[in-house]
Design a protein around this ligand. Structure first.
Ligand code: CFM
Ligand code: HCA
Length: 534
């Protein structure tokens, strides 16, 4: 395995190789010890990264899936267009009274003259137009790179319009693309503003006996619909999903839930902490990707509430759902057993999807995140030792204290301790590395060059990543599955999702079509355009 790392680094100039060496790790730790990896640092200039920008993380990822807030991109049109539903986040537009603005792409469409003379007037007019047309509950404004550079005060414009309307919550996000090292900074900026301007405004919330929020689930390919189906069946009420299939009112009443279940740790773990500090809601990590993982998560939620009625109901649901899942797994497994996978996705799927591959008897030989932090690799125990650098200091950390009116501990200290000693872990996430086999290659912020090299060296049966990687991998003769957009498939969460995934992976790893395909330059070497140094 060490040779693999050496091979990956061989072509780099020494300084680049030294930096990348800290982000490439062979999982060869001693027992009970997780090796350290460098993460959440700037991509080296010149490298073709898989990452996106801070604006993408804020507007596209976190706020994109909310249907009844008008999201206005203040910037050139490309930014708004790129972040317009490319993520395949779905919403239930048939819900009663559902206002759905997700099919629109709102942008101030900045031009050269706005860059020169300032864009605040144009932004004000855009907010007014959106209000007049739709009368939405909320309007959000997102800054793009040029807005940060010219210094438009988007927060002042938003505050002015909010005061003017009186019945529409207008707030803004300083999520200029260049602001952080990746999308991750954008998640934080988005979540902070939602927490400050929206959470806690509505004390009603849906009624129910077992009331939770689902944090870090974005309803890609309908994953959230399947999770909601399962929760409903168990009798668990989902007050708010952050932010798949979400609405303004869900966010506003999320502080009334009694438990936060955290799915994507990277994009939202700090919100779970803030909700606990301010309102007294404990949190647990869950994972609904993989049938066994989903069952485990349901049991975790049930054990938190501790009612025998719920515990029994969850077991009934699992017993009802599992036979169909097992039947497909058994059918497929003889064809998938022993095959190998590589997973390179943003911040949590590279970990979560390993569960599904395990259920197919497949081995994840290499994986990594585009932009997750060390705690997502090594576990939350490293958080106190994380280095604060100029880039992370740039992202606001909210100071949160118990709310005088709304803080209400959901369980007493003794109850929490009793639950912990019975095996339920709060605020806990061990990260990806401990779940991976020894000798597996863990790589942070993988790039185009390394992706191709890795496939050439380890020849996986399937490679999972995003749209930028898709075609270059297929040209190497290896099947490629997008784990961001799911190509056009999904859902893959929950029990029905597991069935969809088993069938899809069976088709992919057992189809020989990519192996037969030759890229034009493989058939006609004169097209390979090799640069010859004279
Ligand atoms: Fe969380 Fe996500 Fe992901 Fe993410 Fe993303 Fe995404 Fe992703 Mo693309 S919030 S970190 S910023 S699970 S958009 S729904 S698929 S990179 S692994
Ligand atoms: C983003 C969104 C993205 C991109 C996916 C991809 C998504 O990072 O801005 O590269 O295929 O999930 O749509 O992560």
């Amino acid at each position: 395995a060490a040779e693999i790392k050496e091979e990956l680094l061989k072509k780099y100039p020494p300084k680049v190789a030294r930096k990348r060496a800290k982000q490439i790790m062979i999982n060869e730790a001693l027992e009970n010890e997780t090796p350290e990896i460098t993460a959440n640092v700037r991509t080296i200039p010149g490298i073709i990264t898989m990452r996106g920008c801070t604006y993408a993380g804020c507007k596209g990822v976190i706020m994109g899936p909310t249907r009844d807030i008008v999201n206005i991109t203040h910037g050139p049109i490309g930014c708004g267009f790129y972040s317009w539903l490319t993520r395949r986040n779905q919403t239930d537009a048939y819900a009663p009274d559902a206002a759905n603005y997700m099919t629109y792409c709102f942008s101030t469409d900045m031009q050269d003259k706005d860059i020169i003379f300032g864009g605040e007037k144009k932004l004000e007019a855009a907010i007014q137009e959106a209000y007049d047309l739709f009368h939405p509950k909320g309007i959000c404004v997102f800054a793009t790179c040029p807005v940060g550079l010219i210094g438009d005060d988007i927060h002042a414009v938003a505050a002015k319009m909010k005061a003017k309307f009186g019945d529409c919550n207008v707030f803004a996000f300083s999520c200029e693309g260049y602001k952080g090292v990746s999308q991750s900074a954008g998640h934080h900026i988005a979540n902070n503003q939602v927490f400050k301007h929206l959470v806690g405004l509505d004390d009603q919330g849906k009624p129910g006996k077992y009331r939770i929020n689902l944090l870090g689930e974005y309803n890609i390919g309908g994953d959230g619909f399947e999770i909601d189906r399962i929760l409903n069946k168990c009798g668990v009420t989902n007050i708010a999903t952050f932010s798949g299939n979400s609405t303004y009112d869900q966010f506003a009443s999320s502080h009334t839930a009694d438990l936060n279940a955290v799915m994507c740790h990277r994009s939202i773990n700090y919100v779970a902490d803030m909700l606990e500090t301010k309102y007294g809601i404990p949190w647990v990590k869950v994972n609904f990707i993989g049938a066994n993982a989903a069952a485990k998560s349901l049991r975790k939620i049930a054990s938190y509430f501790g009612d025998q009625e719920l515990i029994d109901r969850v077991e009934e649901v699992i017993a009802e759902e599992m036979p169909a899942v097992r039947a497909v797994a058994e059918e497929v497994r003889p064809r998938t057993e022993g095959k190998t996978a590589m997973l390179f996705v943003g911040g949590s799927r590279a970990h979560h999807y390993q569960e599904l591959f395990k259920e197919l008897g497949m081995k994840t030989i290499s994986a990594g995140y585009e932009f997750a932090h060390r705690d997502d690799y090594e576990g939350r125990q490293v958080i106190p030792e994380l280095k604060v650098d100029a880039d992370s200091r740039n992202i606001e950390e909210l100071e949160v204290s118990p709310d005088e009116r709304l803080f209400r501990p959901r369980k007493s200290q003794e109850e929490l301790r009793a639950l912990e000693s019975s095996g339920l872990k709060f605020k806990d996430y061990d990260g990806l590395i401990p779940d991976m086999e020894r000798g597996a290659v863990v790589i942070d912020d993988l790039n185009q060059y390394e992706a191709e090299k890795l496939v050439e060296l380890l020849k996986p049966d399937i490679f999972c990543a995003g749209i930028k990687e898709k075609f270059s991998i297929q040209k190497l003769g290896v099947p490629m599955k997008q784990l961001h957009s799911y190509d056009s498939g999904g859902p893959y969460a929950g029990f029905r999702g597991a069935i969809n995934f088993y069938r899809e992976i069976d088709r992919l790893v057992n189809s020989r079509v990519w192996g037969y395909l030759k890229a034009p330059w493989q058939e006609n070497p004169e097209l390979s355009a090799t640069y010859v140094w004279e």
